[in-house]
Design a protein around this ligand. Structure first.
Ligand SMILES: C[S@@+](CC[C@H](N)C(=O)[O-])C[C@H]1O[C@@H](n2cnc3c(N)ncnc32)[C@H](O)[C@@H]1O
Length: 481
């Protein structure tokens, strides 16, 4: 394909992305299958252009006079992102072959007009209502947070399945496969791979054998902070694809012979969701990881888990959310989100929390998690739950203190995150509540030091700018009555 034909293809892919709800990756893949003449270099160039445009969509649309079609956005990107002079852009729009048609008078005028002063939200590359929320949450740091959220090349994080492998073993295995893993900053079980060149993780033997899973470090951190431990009854209430179910299972695994290897999940692990297909997708992942869990399809009102009312030591609610914490991986979603949808999600989150709370036994934990950056889905949903449920007390999240056990390195002895030994988990979760204040969670030996700067009492916020993870929010509660 000529460079011009690639631009025309990118514009058409951008239009398809804008018209549907599919991830950009899926649309690009479908385009490649339908246009077999495109070679791998063509597909790569088209994908690069598409992502480049999606990350700067607001600014490009502004430059092109509010137009949102693929053609205009591509022209804007050649000018504003690639810095091409008008003549070169015109040469790429000669209309020859499969290239795009010549520039119109208006398009030419847009390019020669220059950008002028861009409003803050346009420069930040996020929808206007999102920028307002960022300003309220992050104060002076809002632009830095916005920039990191839309920045390219998010790393690929893996969670080593401590029940069957050590971090060192997986590290060596990845090196042998020609990859360059680094330890993640917060999770003791995390390994980080550069996104370029894109590693084919699923093709690796270790992946197929369940020795590691793809899981962003932020997602690992919230799993560890939940304080699941051997012997507990744990419900992953919004289990979705099961990423966190597997993390919770790892925290419930009892190492054999004091080593982290050959562990088994001890206790009862229930993964529920309202979408059966999602639960079905968990099955092969559980099998690969050697984890046993009950999969329960529940109704929108929580029906289906009545036998667990007041029985669970830990209920983990990874609620449906905007997914705005993952926009660096899926920038197209930023332009599909509306303020009305965020309001709807807020209402749903508070309702789901209320339903899930019924399952928690006295002295048990409830953990609220989102992968959102927005205060309306994070602090506001937690506030609403707290106001309606005085029987749940906030559990302080305290950073791990120096010198505590290093679970991933030595195996075992990681602690439960409940301030008790794993062997004591049953006793810790017995109704012992009365008037004592909940003991803090700290992620036991699953976390490294230093997370304190992201916590505020019983809440934690992680973001690409602050923690180099996807955006995550978690709040931890204990049922006191
Ligand atoms: C953020 S996703 C969960 C991701 C998953 N925990 C993971 O780590 O892969 C939210 C999930 O909540 C589910 N959900 C939506 N409404 C629900 C409801 N009323 N009760 C329980 N789950 C619900 C969705 O089907 C979706 O799978």
């Amino acid at each position: 394909m000529t460079p011009a034909a690639r631009l025309a293809a990118a514009a058409s892919v951008l239009d398809s992305i804008a018209q549907g709800r599919q991830p950009a990756e899926a649309v690009l893949k479908a385009w490649g299958s339908a246009n077999r003449y495109a070679g791998s270099k063509d597909r790569r160039a088209i994908a690069d252009r598409v992502y480049k445009v999606l990350r700067a969509r607001g600014r490009l649309s502004w430059i092109m006079g509010g137009r949102e079609d693929g053609r205009a956005l591509v022209i804007g990107s050649l000018h504003a992102l690639d810095g091409l002079p008008l003549e070169e852009i015109e040469a790429l729009h000669s209309g020859d072959g499969y290239g795009p048609r010549p520039l119109s008078k208006q398009e030419r005028a847009r390019i020669t007009a220059g950008q002028g002063e861009l409003p803050g939200w346009v420069a930040a590359g996020l929808p206007e209502f999102v920028v307002e929320d960022f300003k309220a949450t992050f104060g002076e740091r809002w632009a830095e947070e916005a920039h990191a959220l839309m920045a390219p090349r998010a790393p690929i994080d893996l969670r080593v399945n401590g029940a069957v492998a050590t971090v060192e073993e997986v590290e060596a295995e990845l090196r042998e496969a020609g990859l360059e893993p680094a330890r993640t900053p917060w999770s003791q079980w995390g390994l980080r791979l550069p996104s370029e060149p894109p590693p084919n993780i699923q093709a690796l033997e270790g992946f197929k054998a369940g020795r590691f899973e793809i899981q962003d470090e932020g997602s690992q951190v919230v799993c560890w902070l939940a304080g699941a431990a051997p012997g507990m009854t744990v419900v992953d209430y919004c289990a979705g694809g099961g990423g966190k179910t597997l993390g919770l299972a790892q925290a419930m695994a009892v190492p054999d012979n004091g080593s982290a290897v050959s562990g088994m999940t001890k206790g009862r692990l229930v993964a529920s969701d309202v979408v059966n297909k999602r639960l079905e997708n968990i099955r092969p992942r559980l099998e690969r990881a050697g984890v046993e869990a009950e999969l329960v399809l529940i109704g929108q009102n929580g029906g289906g888990l009545e036998d667990l009312n007041g029985q669970a030591d830990l209920v983990f609610v990874d609620a449906p959310c905007s997914g705005s914490g993952t926009w660096r991986r899926r920038p197209e979603d930023a332009w599909r989100l509306t303020a009305e949808e965020v309001d709807r999600l807020h209402g749903l989150q508070v309702r789901i929390l209320g339903q899930a709370a019924r399952l928690v036994k006295p002295g048990g934990r409830l953990v609220y998690v989102t992968c959102s950056m927005l205060s309306r889905e994070n602090e506001a949903s937690a506030d609403a739950f707290e106001a309606a449920h005085p029987e749940f007390a906030p559990v302080p999240i305290l950073p791990r203190s120096a010198g505590e056990g290093d679970h991933a390195q030595r195996g075992g002895g990681g602690g439960t995150g409940l301030g008790v030994d794993a062997s004591d988990a049953g006793a810790a979760s017995a109704p012992s509540t009365a008037s004592r204040s909940p003991s803090p969670v700290n992620g036991g030996g699953f976390l490294r030091d230093g997370l304190g700067e992201f916590t505020k009492g019983h809440r934690i916020r992680l973001s690409p700018a602050s923690a180099d993870t996807d955006g995550f929010f978690a709040a931890v509660y204990e049922r006191t009555a």
